[in-house]
Structure formats: C-alpha cells, structure tokens
Design a protein around this ligand. Structure first.
Ligand SMILES: N[C@@H](CCC(=O)N[C@@H](CS)C(=O)NCC(=O)O)C(=O)O
Length: 228
C-alpha cells in the first residue's frame, strides 16, 4: 500500500489528496472518519495520529503527515516522474508554488471555515471569515488574470502544480459558503482548466462549470451554457 488517507468525503482538504492521487493515478487505502456529527477526528485514537484534531491525515510507510499541503508535496515527489507538479528543479517557479501553498491555508481558514459554519453550523465569525474569503478570491483573480496576460493558465509556471490543487477546492466550493465565484472570469477559466485535467475527479458541492444563472434573470431558474 502506498499510503492510507484518513478521509471525510465532504472535506475540501481531504479532496485535495484524493484529487492529486487521481491525477497521478496512485492507488491508496482510506479510513472513513465520521467527522460530522461524530467528531471522531477530535477523539482517540485519531488524536494520537494528529494532536491538532484535523483531517486529512496521511500515513505512509515511514511517516504520518497532518498538513494537507505537505501531503501534496509528498505525493508529487513520490509519484510524478516528470517533476512538474512539484517543480523541485525549477528554482524560478518553486518559490511561487510555495507562496500559493501558503495562500491555500488562507482559503481554508476563510472560505473553508465559513462553509463549515454554513453547512454544519460550526462556530465562526461569519462576517470576518466572509470578508477574508472575498479578499482571497479577489487576490486569486488578480494573480490568474496576470498569468493569463502572460499567456499562462496556472498559478505558477506553465503547467499545473500542487499549488493549483491546493487552491482549487475551496475556490470551487465557495458557493457552499455563500460566496459566489461566477463574477471572477479568470478564476472561472482556471477552474475549468483544473476540471479539464486528465483523471480529474470531483466532490459533492463542486458545480459544473459553464452553468451560470442568466445574469438578466430572463429565464429565472434556468441554466445556460457560457463557454469562455
Ligand atoms: N492544517 C490543516 C488544517 C486542515 C483542516 O482545517 N481540516 C478541517 C477539515 S477540511 C478540519 O479538520 N477541521 C477541524 C474541525 O473543524 O473540527 C491542513 O491544512 O491540513
């Protein structure tokens, strides 16, 4: 077995690992954790694996990882022979990748927290997390628009990296938190690029791209194609 993922199907962070594993065609074992309503991640025996009481947890043959972004790097290092997902030899791109891995934590603590508040009634300061989530989306939109002017469609460099996978789930899931992402064209185009990757898998709550409400409201409740 390559690794075991302690997994919750509705967790955006667990999904990052499932997604990159699917893109790299890696087989692995899962342990389903009753995150809600069971709260198993905050009890023994899981607390012994991760004292922080969070998911995902990845157990490999020689280590236990409890930070999602580190797990993405581990996966890419072990299973991406092209070294493009974690461009360890591209010293111009690597710092940018790390920058956006850090940014992914901001998406978790803003949109991720507000989504849990909205869907699972977890405590959160809704107006602060909402403002932080919108600020993060605006920042992401600026970056992706700049990249598009350079003729590049990914967060760092010319091909997708772990940074794109780290930032994808909570951006795509933002409507679950009550933050629409339709109004960000560069983000929409990037979401489409990620969804188009060979081997892409989805998760509940990630909406089909190109399906947007008619802005004029002419045909309320219907969806229309919006190819960008
Ligand atoms: N630092 C962790 C945080 C992950 C995280 O926040 N996970 C959420 C689920 S997506 C969690 O377990 N939250 C604990 C809780 O809400 O009880 C990482 O990035 O891997």
């Amino acid at each position: 077995m390559t690794f075991t993922l302690y997994n919750y199907v509705l967790s955006g962070n667990c999904y990052k690992i499932r997604l990159l594993a699917a893109l790299l065609d890696v087989q692995y074992g899962t342990v389903a954790v009753n995150f809600h309503p069971g709260g198993e991640h905050r009890q023994e025996p899981l607390l012994r694996l991760n004292p922080a009481g969070t998911l995902p947890i990845m157990v490999t043959s020689d280590q236990t990882l409890t930070e999602t972004q580190a797990m993405l790097v581990w996966l890419a290092q072990h299973y991406d022979d092209s070294n493009s997902w974690w461009p360890i030899h591209d010293l111009d791109t690597l710092p940018t990748v790390i920058q956006w891995l850090g940014f992914a934590n901001r998406l978790t603590s803003s949109i991720g927290a507000l989504r849990q508040h909205t869907l699972l009634n977890k405590p959160a300061d809704a107006s602060t997390t909402r403002a932080a989530g919108i600020a993060a989306l605006r920042e992401l939109e600026c970056r992706l628009a700049e990249q598009s002017i350079r003729g590049e469609q990914w967060l760092a460099g010319k091909s997708p990296t772990v940074a794109d996978i780290a930032c994808f789930p909570y951006t795509a899931l933002s409507p679950d938190a009550g933050i629409e992402n339709d109004d960000y064209p560069a983000i929409r185009s990037w979401l489409h690029s990620v969804r188009s990757l060979d081997g892409f898998i989805t998760m509940p709550g990630i909406h089909e791209l190109h399906q947007m409400r008619d802005p004029a409201g002419a045909s309320a409740g219907t969806l229309r194609d919006h190819h960008g």
